[in-house]
Design a protein around this ligand. Sequence first.
Ligand code: AHN
Ligand code: ZN
Length: 331
Amino acid sequence: MKRKNMLISCAAILLASLTACSSNRKAAVSESETDKQTVEAPPFDADSAYSYVQRQVDFGPRVPNTEAHRACGDYLAQKLEAFGAKVYNQQADLMAYDGTLLKARNIIGAYKPESKKRIALFAHWDCRPWADQDPDKRQRHTPIPGANDGASGVGVLLEIARLIGQQQPALGVDIILLDAEDYGAHNDYTGPRKEEFWCLGSQYWARNPHVPNYNARFGILLDMVGGHDAQFRYEGMSEEYARHINRKVWNVASSLGYGQYFVKEQGNYATDDHLFINQIARIPTIDIIAYSEEHDFFEHWHTLKDDMDAIDRNTLKAVGQTVLQVIFNED
Ligand code: AHN
Ligand code: ZN
C-alpha cells in the first residue's frame, strides 16, 4: 500500500516535471524565433537612475547660454568619464530660429571606441526655454524644469553607462547626449514653422559626428521616458526608418514583462532628434517617446509641472532594463 502510493506520487512528479520541461522549452523556442535572447543583462537600478534625474533638475533649467546649462554639462561629462567612457565634448555655436546664438555642447561617452560594431544611444539634455504649454498664461515665458522632457532619458543613459563601465556587452556603445533639442519656435511665434528649428544639436552631430565616418548598427533615442503610467507606441518616423528595431525593442520589453509600458500599436509622429539621425547620418534609429491620446506627449509636457513629481522609478526601470537587454543581446 505504502509502496503503491509512493510509486503513484513518483509517477506524478515525473509527469509534472516532464510537462513543465516541455512547456519551458516551447517558450524558449518561440522567443528565439522572434529574437535570439541568450544573455541576461545586469540589473538596471531605478533608484540610481532617479538620482541622476534629480541631480540634473537640481541645477535648474538647463537652457543653453545659462550657468545651470554650463554646470550640468560639466557634471554629465564628468559622470561619463567616471563610468569609464572615452568622453568627447563637441562645442558648437548654433543659430536658433529667433537669431539667438546658442553655445551648444553635445557630450559623447564611448565604450570600446576601437570596435567597428556599435550601438548608439541618444537623449537630449537641454531644457525648453519656455513653458509655452503651461495652463497659466503668465508662465509661458518661464523655462521648464525638464525632469521628464530631457533629464529622464539622460538619467536612464547614465545608469546604463555605469553598468557598462562594470560589464561590457559584445558591441561598442556610444552614449550621445544631445544639446539644443528643445529650442523650437515658441507657441506665440507667428512666422513660418520649420522642423529644423528643433533638434539643433542632433543636426550638428549628424553632419559632424564626434569621430570621422562614424557608424552604428542602429540607434535608440530616449525622450520623456520617466512619466507615471507612461505608454510607448511605435512612433511614426521610427516605423519608416527602423521598423525592425522597433519590433526588436518592443519584443524584448514584453519578454521582460513590460508590455503595459511598451504597447504594440502605432503611435504618433514626433519631430525629434532621431529624424535627423535617420535622414542625415543614415543610422536606423527609433524614438522611445511617451505617447498620449489626450495630451501631446505626457500631461505636463512643456509646462512648469514637468518636475520631479512627474517622474516614476518604475517607468525608468522598464525602459532602462529593456534597452540594456537589447544591447547585451547583440553580437
Ligand atoms: C514636437 O514634435 C513638436 N516635439 C517633439 C520633440 C520634443 C520636444 N521632444 C521633447 N520636446
Ligand atoms: Zn520638449
